[in-house]
Design a protein around this ligand. Structure first.
Ligand code: SAM
Ligand code: SF4
Length: 324
């Protein structure tokens, strides 16, 4: 369906847990965050019920995220059940740590695409940024996803400051050497990210990449219909595309096509705004009338644009709870 600014909202990100097996410095405080109780997160039955209503309203793409979605028991079965919704593309965003073990099951469940987060291939830098993560597992996870035959494999990288030039070049090279697309995402000033380090603007990244690998040629029409905020292009000789998501240096709100469901059942129409509609009251009804009306209302009231300069940082919450 369209929102009141005429944008087609056809994409929902579904956070299935706030828990994570890493503690990225820009996403979670070192002490972690107090985990939600199991009874406070949506059951898989309720997630499926909401997703059926999403599909009835024209949502064609669902992305399962977290926290780390693969740490929640039964995540693969949820994906298989979401795939039973007709005409819906089902994707996953993961830190990749558990992918070496699960890539095949995910492919068998019908997963259409996986986004794997990787900010650096350098083992000690990765361990520092994730507070203890083992980058070898993520690299094996990327290869496992390709080998399993998951149709669309992407790597998401958040560069951290001017000193990350080499990390950026090395992560980009994954798209040269493998059939994966690499996207660079500007660090958004949310939660711990505000205090940790400055991000790098995507214009600067493009300079680094072009100096090393040649001209980045924009891809007319994008990678797929409904790319949302990513702008894709090719570098000479690369198998995969290189994309940029510029939340700060360019406003992509005009093409924003998404809503976000938190693990507690809050439907958030904009990443940058704390407000949302709790779907819990409607889930207590035996029919879907109120659920449909609440979701439709939240989509209609999607704000026109985010504003990272005037909205208070505290109002945005932390990414591990929103799902990225
Ligand atoms: N744990 C999974 C993962 O890391 O892919 C899924 C959830 S995580 C919150 C989703 C994405 O949000 C990751 O790619 C992460 O790098 C990104 N992210 C977290 N905090 C961010 C911030 N302040 N600005 C930009 N991206 C952020
Ligand atoms: Fe966990 Fe993902 Fe946040 Fe890192 S970015 S702490 S992997 S939820």
């Amino acid at each position: 369906m369209r929102d009141r600014f005429g944008r087609e909202i056809d994409y929902a990100r579904i956070s299935i847990t706030d828990r994570c097996n890493l503690r990225c410095v820009y996403c979670m405080p070192e002490s972690g965050v107090k985990s939600l109780r199991h009874e406070d997160i949506l059951s898989y039955e309720n997630i499926l019920r909401i997703c059926r209503v999403f599909a009835a309203l024209g949502i064609r793409k669902l992305r399962v995220t977290g926290g780390e979605p693969l740490v929640r028991k039964g995540a693969v079965s949820l994906i298989a059940r979401l795939k039973q919704l007709e005409g819906v593309f089902v994707a996953l965003t993961t830190n990749g740590i558990l992918l070496p073990k699960t890539a095949r099951e995910l492919r068998d469940a019908g997963l259409d695409g996986v986004n794997i987060s990787l900010d650096t291939r350098n083992p000690s830098a990765y361990s520092r940024v994730t507070r203890g993560g083992d980058v070898r597992l993520v690299l094996a996870g990327i290869d496992a996803a390709i080998e399993a035959g998951i149709p669309l494999v992407k790597v998401n990288c958040v560069p951290f400051g001017e000193e990350s030039r080499l990390d950026v070049l090395q992560v980009a090279a994954l798209a040269r050497d493998r059939p994966v697309h690499v996207r660079f995402i500007e660090l958004m000033p949310m939660g711990p990210a505000v205090k940790v380090f400055a991000g790098v603007d995507n214009g600067r990244l493009r300079e680094w990449l072009e100096r090393e690998y040649g001209n980045w040629t924009p891809l007319e029409g994008g990678l797929n219909k409904g790319d949302g905020p990513a702008r894709y292009g090719s570098l000479p000789g690369f198998q995969g595309k290189i994309g940029f998501i510029s939340a700060l240096s360019e406003c992509f709100c005009e093409s924003c096509n998404r809503v976000r469901l938190t693990a507690t059942g809050l439907l958030r129409p904009c990443l940058n705004r704390a407000e949302g509609v709790s779907l819990l009251p409607a889930l207590s009804d035996s029919d879907d009338g109120r659920l449909l009306a609440d979701i439709r209302g939240a989509i209609l009231n999607k704000p026109e644009r985010h504003d990272f300069t005037t909205h208070k940082e505290a109002s945005r919450g932390i990414m591990s709870k929103i799902g990225g």
